[in-house]
Design a protein around this ligand. Structure first.
Ligand code: FAD
Length: 409
């Protein structure tokens, strides 16, 4: 049965991307967003190739590269004194398979520009989803709007409304299985020159107290500096501690006059996955469905792949190539990817940083391969295999349902 309309709740990067993929395939979409504008908080910046693939088929990749950049420096790990522990050689990784950098706020703005050119998409700000219901034929959502509470209906409703998803809690209450880390992080955007200290595009710092990362996120020299902090302080207290943190972790031990902070936000971090990404006509994707800590950039990368998989399923239904039951496979496959890839890999990315460097170099499985990281072909092979595993869901869904590839760009 052709789909007449999909409602997406949440105009974050995942909701906007899903809306664009659906709209490009001729499906009508309404996006309900609680806020009055798109989000620009210091969150996702880096995406690996499974996400790049989805950005490419949504028609966004050339502008992502023009406005952002393809990384070239190779991931590095250093100790607190700045000594290099390991460096991943990216030289044999071709452009399409390298990490791409494009901060989340700019990505949302770019997708919105494309949506504004689609006659079959409507983005409604100040529309906060409150509750949902469904029948066998469709889903309904009630939203708080400037004109009072209103009801919206569609064939399917997708919750892309982030970590505190109202759609997820409407389906499962407070049940969001997983754990919250004891560790606290603070994410900042700052102008500071690390290149002149020989750090290229940045590094992860391995240290039991001052674990952190400093990575270039714009070509004019802005960095994302994210570091561990003691839990339980106020935002003001974290801000007051920032100069001492920067002095300790950044090369050259800068004073406040040496850098310019442009964004700052403390975050609690979680590893959680919803019981199912589908209940009848209501679906979940990205942070509404699963969470992980940000070290290694698997959060939105995983969310974007959810969105690509979900788009293929909905488009398959729309084109009469798949039955509605393919949405059960969406949920099964994406949950399996969370538990086998996203959760364990992101957890070990963080644990690897919170230890004495000497111990890490001896015991950590990744650092045991540090010598091999000088071999460009080895690194290219490793990144292809690792990331293919995140992507694999799409092929499984399509293959097990005998659907030809849909809407290849
Ligand atoms: C410090 C940090 C760094 C990160 N770095 C990376 C990285 O480099 N790479 C990576 O892949 N991931 C990274 N992540 C994770 C990434 O930012 C998230 O996975 C991503 O933002 C999730 O996108 P989303 O669209 O699912 O949700 P969100 O971005 O949270 O968007 C949800 C949207 O829904 C709206 N909304 C909420 N409730 C309602 C409601 N009731 N009704 C209507 N609208 C609603 C919100 O206003 C918001 O606009 C990072 C996260 C953090 C904290």
């Amino acid at each position: 049965m052709a789909i007449s309309k999909v409602i997406v709740v949440g105009a974050g990067p995942s909701g906007l991307l899903l809306a664009l993929l659906l709209a490009n395939a001729g499906i009508n979409v309404q996006v309900l967003e609680a806020a009055s504008k798109l989000d620009g908080s210091p969150r996702a910046t880096h995406y690996s190739w499974p996400a790049i693939y989805e950005l490419q088929r949504a028609g966004l990749l050339s502008e992502v590269r023009e406005r952002g950049f393809v990384t070239w420096g190779g991931i590095q790990w250093r100790d607190l004194e700045g000594n290099l522990l390991a460096r991943f050689n990216p030289d044999a990784i071709t452009k399409d398979y390298r990490l791409h950098c494009f901060p989340l706020g700019e990505l949302c703005a770019l997708i919105k520009e494309h949506l504004d050119r689609c006659p079959n998409v409507e983005v409604k700000y100040l529309h906060k989803a409150l509750k949902v219901d469904q029948t066998q034929k469709g889903a309904q959502v009630w939203a708080e709007t400037p004109e009072g509470e209103q009801k919206f209906e569609a064939d399917y409703l997708v919750g892309c409304d982030g970590a505190s998803s109202r759609i997820r809690s409407a389906l499962f209450g407070d049940d969001f299985p997983g754990r919250t880390w004891d560790e606290q992080i603070v994410a900042t955007n700052v102008y500071y020159n690390i290149e002149r200290h020989g750090w290229d595009q940045g590094a992860f710092i391995v240290d039991p107290n001052h674990w952190s990362m400093a990575l270039q996120i714009s070509l004019d020299g802005m960095l994302r500096v994210t570091y561990g902090e003691v839990p339980g302080l106020t935002k003001e207290q974290y801000l007051a501690r920032l100069p001492e943190k920067y002095r300790t972790i950044l090369p050259g031990h800068p004073s406040p006059g040496d850098y310019k902070v442009v964004n700052f936000s403390p975050y609690k971090i979680h590893q959680r996955c919803a019981k199912s990404f589908r209940v009848g006509r209501i679906l979940l994707a990205a942070d509404a469905a699963h969470l992980c800590n940000p070290f290694g950039g698997l959060g939105l990368t995983g969310g974007i792949v959810d969105v690509g998989n979900l788009f293929d399923c909905l488009n398959g239904i729309h084109q009469g190539l798949a039955s509605d039951s393919i949405l059960d496979r969406y949920s099964e496959v994406r949950r399996e990817k969370y538990f086998t890839i996203i959760d364990p890999v992101s957890s070990s990315n963080l644990r690897r940083l919170i230890q004495e460097p000497g111990v890490a170099m001896k015991d950590d499985d990744l650092f045991k391969m540090a010598d091999k990281f000088r071999d460009a072909d080895f690194c290219a092979q490793l990144s292809l295999v690792r990331d293919a595993n995140i992507k694999q869901g799409f092929y499984e869904i399509i293959a097990t349902n005998n659907i030809p590839y849909l809407n290849r760009a």
